[in-house]
Design a protein around this ligand. Structure first.
Ligand SMILES: Cc1ncc(COP(=O)(O)O)c(C=O)c1O
Length: 390
């Protein structure tokens, strides 16, 4: 049998591979402290669930417009204006099956073979895979812990070639939690001025920012508004990972109609009752703030405990729910994040994600989307692990 070369070239997500190993050990009766997860541990707010049930009972279970029902696109347009200073009409918004699907659609609509896509490294695992699936080439822009894992105008300028088609920015970042300031985004925008380079701004962790200062890239100038595809969704902000609600917004009508056609010939609209229930999520400020406050408390404890372990070093994440921890001083492993993560899981039952999965060996990602009790226990075990492997 013959298969698609593009499909065969896709790598499985390493983040999922580690949680699968953790689940296997736990099924064998081992106590596992899972600090590898990429989703909030909170339940979806009750009122959103009730709205979904109501929608089912009212028979709202038919096909909808491919890009999503108008009241939901209106709610998103209002949110973007109110919170992000972005003026999009509902017709400039397309709802898809999670932000991942929006990313996939956007890249399918703009990339051609041989195009180059700039991806700051470390990066979220799916970016290069989607780029490769589109037969384009990921070009990684390295960053350092000293720069808080952010690219600079110079590193961006140095990476641009005549083939550069797209830059992907993710602030706050998975896996590092770093957040670009308005001045930093403006400076990157200056580098792009006069070019035909698109930008995808993945703002999925927008609501999980622990200091002032989240800024939507497209709000900074008309030049950035034209070239930016803003991507967001409800997975992380409203504890709705399984509901599959993501969206993109763009000013480019050709791009929007390409994506609409792509989606109408693949998935069509997302689940109808997810759409009806999602309208509510844009009005739940108090619930979202309560989750963010809890995440902030966890971040503070996890960062303090982790920083006190002598052979580890890390920055304090400004957003998202991950610590990106430097393990290069853990002598036995020589900075090999995969060996480190496997040994930690086998010896102490703590699951982290090796940095190599995000394109940066020498680091591990620790999620604080779990209880404070689990974080304290997990960090005690990591300390023990490092002492016994000193
Ligand atoms: C940076 C980033 N973008 C996008 C996504 C996808 O989110 P969704 O569940 O909306 O597809 C994730 C999920 O882990 C993520 O970390």
């Amino acid at each position: 049998m013959q298969y698609s070369k593009r499909a065969l070239a896709l790598s499985p997500s390493n983040t999922l591979a580690i949680s699968a190993l953790a689940q296997k050990l736990s099924a064998q009766g081992r106590e596992i402290i899972n600090l590898s997860t990429g989703e909030p541990d909170f339940d979806t707010p009750q009122i959103i669930k009730e709205d979904a049930i109501k929608a089912i009972q009212e028979g709202k279970s038919k096909y909808t417009a491919v890009s999503g029902i108008l009241p939901l696109r209106e709610a998103i347009a209002q949110k973007l204006l109110r919170e992000n200073a972005l003026n999009y009409s509902p017709n400039e918004i397309i709802i898809s099956n999670g932000a991942k699907h929006s990313l996939f659609n956007a890249m399918c609509a703009i990339l051609n073979p041989q195009d180059e896509v700039l991806i700051p490294s470390p990066y979220w695992v799916s970016y290069p895979e989607i780029v490769k699936f589109c037969q384009a080439t990921p070009i990684f822009i390295p960053t350092t812990q000293e720069q808080d894992f952010k690219i600079t105008p110079q590193s961006l300028r140095d990476s641009i070639t005549p083939r550069t088609k797209l830059l992907i920015l993710n602030s706050p970042s998975n896996p590092t939690g770093s957040l670009y300031t308005q001045a930093e985004l403006e400076a990157l925008g200056e580098v792009l001025k006069g070019s035909d380079i698109w930008v995808i701004s993945d703002e999925i962790y927008e609501k999980l920012v622990y200091e002032d200062g989240f800024v939507s890239l497209a709000s900074l100038s008309s030049d950035l508004l034209e070239r930016t595809i803003t991507i967001n969704g409800l997975s992380k902000s409203s504890a709705m990972t399984g509901w599959r609600m993501g969206y993109l917004a763009s000013k480019d009508s050709t791009l929007l109609s390409c994506i609409d056609n792509l989606q109408s010939n693949s998935t069509s609209n997302i689940n109808s009752f997810t759409q009806f229930a999602s309208i509510r999520a844009f009005k739940l400020d108090a619930e979202i703030k309560a989750m963010r406050d809890e995440f902030r408390a966890r971040r503070d404890i996890a960062h303090k405990l982790c920083s006190s372990i002598p052979s580890l070093s890390l920055n304090c994440p400004k957003g998202a729910f991950y610590l990106f921890v430097n393990i290069q001083q853990a002598a036995r492993f020589g900075g090999d994040s995969m060996k480190f993560s496997q040994a930690l899981l086998e010896e102490q039952g703590v699951a982290l994600v090796p940095g190599v999965a995000f394109g940066m060996d020498g680091y591990v990602r620790m999620s604080f989307a779990t209880s404070i009790e689990m974080l304290i226990k997990g960090l005690e075990k990591i300390d023990l692990f490092l002492q016994s492997n000193a």
